[in-house]
Design a protein around this ligand. Structure first.
Ligand SMILES: [Zn+2]
Ligand SMILES: [Zn+2]
Length: 240
């Protein structure tokens, strides 16, 4: 396979949204898999069905604060969110953005946009009609800037975006593009193009159960085919 080890999983879900385990289960699974860092990144409040908000979000954050202390020295626990593009160029960014260690953003279903242009993108993507990938990338980038995102999740899933343009801007903005191991949404050529643009990649599981935390197999295979390991932020080379 590859001579790289992935040291962190920055994208996992729990039963706070539609996942199966608790934040603690995800942390224990990450320790089992030998990871150095684990983030819990629940769906942001703008997602109609899965969004974590209000009291549940406060409870999740206090759980993570507790786990951070409990597991200090064994694994770094990061509290994050996976936000949504809720309108053209707009994210469901929480007012306490700085309280989070890591912010992911991506296009999702279940987020009906209010703005007519954004609604157009949405309808087109749901109906499988070709949208304008450049405009969709602009919307995603503006939303990512608004929430000061660290990672864009599963680019091209649900809504097609102009990958070379996205990669070029993300390099400038210091935002990583995800190779998602639950939905490998990028082609090998696109992964190669992202690396070529000098943009960083990140491999995440997007686990919705503790058993899948740290399962990077499909993404790792894609990165190997694209010969892009040196662009992957959360991988280290193993000396052989
Ligand atoms: Zn997602
Ligand atoms: Zn996710």
């Amino acid at each position: 396979m590859s001579d790289h080890r992935i040291i962190a999983d920055y994208h996992t879900h729990t039963k706070f949204s539609h996942g199966q385990g608790s934040p603690r289960d995800n942390v224990l699974a990450a320790i089992d898999r030998g990871l150095d860092e684990i983030a819990v990144t629940e769906h942001g409040p703008g997602h109609m069905t899965y969004g974590v908000r209000g009291k549940m979000l406060s409870l999740l954050n206090s759980d993570l604060l507790y786990l951070k202390r409990e597991f200090a020295g064994r694994i770094d626990v990061l509290n994050g969110l996976e936000l949504n593009v809720v309108d053209f160029g707009k994210a469901d960014v929480p007012s306490d953005r700085d309280a989070y260690d890591i912010i992911i953003i991506g296009y999702h279903k279940g987020v009906p946009p209010k703005n007519p242009f954004a609604r157009g993108i949405w309808r087109e993507s749901l109906l499988g009609i070709k949208n304008d990938p450049h405009k969709s990338a602009e919307s995603l980038l503006a939303a990512a800037e608004e929430c000061r995102a660290n990672i864009i999740s599963h680019p091209n899933l649900y809504v097609k975006v102009d990958i070379p343009y996205l990669a070029d801007c993300c390099r400038e903005l210091g935002i990583m593009l995800e190779v998602n191991s639950s939905h490998v949404s990028l082609t090998d050529d696109e992964i190669r193009a992202i690396k070529g643009a000098g943009c960083r990649l990140v491999i995440n599981s997007d686990a919705h159960s503790p058993e899948r935390v740290g399962d990077f197999s499909l993404a790792a295979e894609a990165v190997t085919r694209a010969d892009a390991w040196d662009a992957v932020k959360n991988a280290v080379k193993i000396d052989s």
